[in-house]
Design a protein around this ligand. Structure first.
Ligand SMILES: C[S@@+](CC[C@H](N)C(=O)[O-])C[C@H]1O[C@@H](n2cnc3c(N)ncnc32)[C@H](O)[C@@H]1O
Length: 211
C-alpha cells in the first residue's frame, strides 16, 4: 500500500465510514451512559452528539492543541443537555480520582505512548461501580494482522502516533479492568477490525475466601 492510499484510507474513516459504521457504534456504546463522564483523547468531539440525556457532566480532554481548538468550537456551538468542560489533560488531583461513573476512550489506546499506563489512569478515575466504555481498533488475525504489523511503523508516523497492531483489551486487563459486553466491527483496511465494549474493575477474591 502506498503512502497516498494510506492517507486516503484514513480520510475515508472520517467520512462515510464514520457515518455508516463508527457513528452507530458510538451511539450504541454511549446509549446507557449516566452521571459524570470523563472522555480522554476526545479529538474534535465526535462522541459528544451521542451522549444521552441521563448524562450530567462531561469532562472532555484532548492534548493536541489543534484538535482541542476544534473541540472547543464544537462545544461552544452546541446545545448540550449536560454541562461540558474541555481540558488539555485529564483533570488531576485526588479530588478527581475515583469520581466518574463512566470513562470513555474511543480510538485512543492505539495512539498513547504507553497504553497500559493510560488504561491504569482510566481505571483510577472510575468511581465505585463505574465503567470504562471503549471503542478501539485491534490487530486482526492471520495474514491481515501480519500486514498491519508491517505497515504499523509507517502508519504511526502518518497518523498521529496510531499503531495498527495493538491489542487494546490486553492493556485494559493489565490495568485490572475486565472487558465485558464486547462487540466487533469491521473497518476498511488498514484498520480492519475494532472492538467496542464496557470494562469493569476486576474484583479480586478475598484471600480468606467467602465467610
Ligand atoms: C484517533 S484520535 C481519536 C479521537 C476521538 N476519541 C474519536 O473517537 O474520534 C486519537 C486521540 O488520542 C489523543 N491522544 C494521544 N495521546 C494521548 C494521551 N497520552 N492521552 C490522551 N489522549 C491522547 C490524540 O490527541 C487524538 O485526539
Amino acid at each position: 500500500m502506498t503512502a497516498s492510499s494510506l492517507l486516503a484510507a484514513h480520510g475515508v474513516l472520517r467520512g462515510p465510514v464514520e457515518r455508516s459504521v463508527v457513528g452507530p457504534a458510538r451511539a450504541l456504546l454511549l446509549a446507557g451512559v449516566r452521571g459524570r463522564v470523563l472522555e480522554v483523547g476526545a479529538g474534535t468531539g465526535a462522541n459528544l452528539a451521542w451522549y444521552p440525556s441521563g448524562v450530567d457532566h462531561v469532562d472532555v480532554c484532548e492534548p493536541d492543541p489543534l484538535r482541542r481548538r476544534r473541540l472547543e468550537r464544537r462545544v461552544a456551538a452546541g446545545s448540550w443537555p449536560f454541562s461540558v468542560a474541555v481540558h488539555a489533560a485529564a483533570p488531576e488531583g485526588p479530588f478527581l480520582a475515583a469520581s466518574y461513573d463512566t470513562v470513555v476512550s474511543t480510538f485512543v489506546l492505539c495512539s498513547t505512548p504507553d497504553p497500559e499506563a493510560t488504561a491504569s489512569a482510566l481505571r483510577r478515575a472510575l468511581a465505585g461501580g463505574g465503567r470504562v466504555a471503549f471503542l478501539e481498533h485491534v490487530r486482526a488475525g492471520g495474514p491481515a494482522g501480519r500486514v498491519q504489523a508491517l505497515l504499523s511503523p509507517r502508519w504511526e508516523r502518518m497518523a498521529g502516533g496510531c499503531h495498527l497492531d495493538r491489542p487494546p483489551t490486553s492493556a485494559l486487563r493489565s490495568a485490572g479492568l475486565v472487558p465485558i459486553e464486547q462487540r466487533w466491527l469491521r473497518l476498511p483496511p488498514p484498520l480492519v477490525l475494532a472492538v467496542a465494549g464496557q470494562a469493569v474493575v476486576r474484583v479480586r477474591p478475598s484471600p480468606t475466601g467467602p465467610r
